[in-house]
Design a binder for this molecule. Structure first.
Ligand SMILES: Nc1ncnc2c1ncn2[C@@H]1O[C@H](COP(=O)(O)OP(=O)(O)OP(=O)(O)O)[C@@H](O)[C@H]1O
Ligand SMILES: Cc1cn([C@H]2C[C@H](O)[C@@H](COP(=O)(O)O)O2)c(=O)[nH]c1=O
Length: 210
């Protein structure tokens, strides 16, 4: 009975994914506002990061050269802390969580981009969050050239953003492969559209999530 009461009030877990420059962060505040307007508590966070320790790990992962398996272990270490400190407590009290990236990014970047065996990433995911997967993953999909032009126009590039086209092509393909495998969880947005057109699509997607 107690377990039933808890599951009926559990929050929803939404993740935003896409290659760097796809435009996902641009829309997080908009989606957060849509959810809050429904009277729902909303926690907005990111990976790697989302906790004080996770943000320290983020600095290392984004700026220090390292072995690809070290990189994979660090993003999952950050994730473990994020789940324990932020995601699980929020979902358990009925809040909804938006995370700017989660484990699909590890498949796309460490798996697709760097070529780490996907079985190793699967093993880490099953260890770190055997029961937890997003209720909804919004994948912002964009050709590499468009993403690159958006990044070049705006900022100093971190370690990942300096990677070559092949890296992002493989990361994008891995994202699309995962989306095709799990169409119930993923919604793929054509992120070459205008910001306004994407918002219309997002409102429909998020409005349908109960
Ligand atoms: N649909 C769009 N049309 C034109 N420009 C856009 C669009 N979406 C985002 N941008 C611009 O592209 C740049 C990158 O967007 P944003 O930071 O949201 O990307 P991101 O996917 O979150 O990248 P990263 O993962 O590297 O943080 C920003 O300057 C943003 O204003
Ligand atoms: C969660 C996660 C992230 N990454 C990479 C992907 C991005 O290049 C950066 C995060 O930067 P953003 O501007 O906040 O998107 O980290 C990764 O390689 N593996 C992961 O699991």
């Amino acid at each position: 009975m107690a377990a039933q009461a808890q599951s009926s009030t559990r929050g929803r877990f939404i993740t935003f994914e896409g290659i760097d420059g796809a435009g996902k962060s641009t829309h997080i505040q908009y989606v957060a506002d849509l959810i809050r307007a429904r009277g729902i508590e909303l926690v907005s966070s990111r990976e790697p990061g989302g906790t004080p320790l996770g943000e320290k790990l983020r600095e290392l992962v984004l700026h220090e050269p390292m072995h690809l398996e070290t990189e994979a272990l660090l993003v999952f270490a950050s994730r473990r802390e994020h789940i324990a400190q932020v995601i699980e407590p929020a979902l358990a009290r009925g809040a909804w969580v938006i995370s700017d990236r989660f484990t699909d990014a590890s498949f796309a970047y460490q798996g697709g981009g760097r070529g780490l065996d996907l079985i190793k990433i699967d093993t880490l995911a099953n260890w770190v969050h055997p029961e937890l997967w997003p209720d909804l993953t919004i994948l912002f999909d964009v050709p590499l050239e468009v993403a690159r032009a958006r990044l070049d126009a705006t900022r100093q590039l971190d370690k990942f953003e300096q990677e070559k086209a092949d890296f992002f092509s493989a990361a994008r393909n891995e994202y699309l492969r995962r989306a095709a495998q799990d169409p119930k969880r993923f919604r793929v947005i054509d992120s070459t559209q205008t910001i306004e057109a994407i918002r219309v699509e997002l409102a429909g997607i998020v409005g349908a999530l109960q």
